[in-house]
Design a protein around this ligand. Structure first.
Ligand SMILES: Nc1nc2c(ncn2[C@@H]2O[C@H](COP(=O)(O)OP(=O)(O)OP(=O)(O)O)[C@@H](O)[C@H]2O)c(=O)[nH]1
Length: 105
């Protein structure tokens, strides 16, 4: 495999979200699918990626995609940053910028 995905795969901290676009076209004609769904699912499993089929036209799965990216950020990245920086989590420290970036508007 070559290209951007192979570069991302080398980074243990990088989470990958595969996004198949224009899913609304399949509702008109399922033969318009460019890549077999099971092939894509197998590939996503292989590279440990999350898979979404989205449509900019109908909005299908767009919110779900962004929701998943945000949830994973809070779950993995922010948590990792907090624990790495101080060797633990100080629950009393509400002024931490991480709390503000994750939980406040
Ligand atoms: N039916 C449909 N058409 C779309 C969708 N998203 C973009 N398009 C159309 O696809 C064309 C290219 O859109 P761009 O936003 O320029 O996308 P791009 O990534 O530069 O090009 P693509 O390789 O076509 O994805 C335009 O005519 C858009 O109106 C979608 O979700 N559904």
């Amino acid at each position: 495999m070559v290209g951007p995905v192979s570069v991302l795969l080398g980074d243990q901290n990088c989470r990958i979200y595969l996004c198949g676009t224009k899913s609304d076209l399949l509702e008109e004609d399922r033969r318009r699918r460019g890549v077999d769904f099971h092939d894509v699912q197998d590939y996503a499993d292989e590279i440990k990626a999350e898979l979404f089929e989205t449509s900019s036209k109908t909005g299908q799965s767009v919110d779900e995609l962004f929701q998943k990216v945000a949830e994973d950020y809070v779950r993995f990245t922010a948590f990792q940053l907090m624990t790495e920086e101080k060797g633990g989590i100080d629950l009393s420290q509400r002024s931490s910028p991480y709390f503000y970036s994750c939980c406040h508007h």
